[in-house]
Ligand binder design. Sequence first.
Ligand SMILES: *Cc1c(COP(=O)(O)O)cnc(C)c1O
Length: 439
Amino acid sequence: MAVPSGIGKAMKHLDLDGHDLPPSPAPSSPNNGRKYALATELVYTEGSDQYNSSSVPIYQSATFKGGPGQEYDYTRSGNPTRTHLERHMAKIMNANRALVVSSGMGACDVITRILKPGDEVVTGDDLYGGTNRLLTYLKTNGGIIVHHVDTTKLETVKAALSEKTTMVLLETPTNPLIKIVDIAGIAAAAHAANPDAVVSVDNTMMSPYLQNPLDLGADVSYESGTKYLSGHHDLMAGIIGINNAALGDKFYFMINSTGCGLAPFDSWLLLRGVKTLAVRMEKQQTNANAIASFLENHGFKVRYPGLKSHPQYALHWSQARGAGAVLSFETGSISLSERIVEATKLFGISVSFGCVNSLISMPCRMSHASIDPATRKERALPEDIIRLCVGIEDLGDLIDDLSQALVRAGAVKLTQDGFIARNPDDAETGTTKQVVDEP
Ligand SMILES: *Cc1c(COP(=O)(O)O)cnc(C)c1O
């Protein structure tokens, strides 16, 4: 970087990177000491643009002219549009610093690059498929020792922790099993085992609107900006939030070295998307809650932290402000699940989530297909599980769409009074019976 380090400390208006940017993020709150609520902070940005543009300009430039000492020289190292997004995200994530890269997996790559051969990682057994794939690569080729444990049990995690643990990688709620992980409990146990252990939390399922891992004791909070932050499935991005300056410098070093920083146009698009995070998330989780209850009332085994029946309901609500908009349910038969997925119209068949449109998928066939069947079985991932990612459409239309799909697939039948009821032929649906794949 062109700016010598240390300059930011001497001049108060410069940020950590030495950029003289306007006060987005801090402190945009009113001067009476009160903090703005997150919904306000999400939409509030200030700029130092010479024409007072309301939208942050896109600096679509690879290079910046001038000699040493200027703020920007090369976009791989830094770009004003990206910096603006990073400062805005730091504010929203309650982080001292945020870094934005080209995808959520890119963020995971930057974080895990601090690992050295022989280092031990403790992580979950119901991980995002891409994270699992990257960790398997590091285990096979990088000499990293990876312990996959049931992170929903604090005692099991504690047993795997030692002074050799250099990183703990958590996800909560997990996907698609929607298991809840005690962030504060595990962070404390990890730091007790090794004060230098880096506790990283993948916060994609909740977004900073619903959960702040850094406030719960994590060292790193990262997420895929492709999902809720963007909200429209029109870009890919990854965000890393940290409070520790040295750790932030290490991550920045990796981003500058490998060139995975988010491009100016995508940075601008994400700045635009994040402004509506609060309204989207509120509507999406209201819809998700109603759909989860609808499915549960029709006898399906539903996994959703908004339902009182969720075995870790209390733990979830002790660390998050909402249940999110992803839920899963089981039908008891792979082919029945396939028919349901194919019969919906509003719920588009797609991997991913966080979009304004509702989506439906069978994780074992799609997002988690990179996990081999034996491992999926070992981790008790039901092959018939259907995941719903609920969007902002009209609730009545969504329930209608799902109802007709359940009827057409033969999972439920219409009763004389017009209500749908569970098909008695599928009496075992909703139990944890072993799923048999049909030809
Ligand atoms: C999508 C996702 C990722 C990866 O993000 P990309 O932007 O697709 O690279 C990581 N973790 C979770 C939980 C995700 O859902």
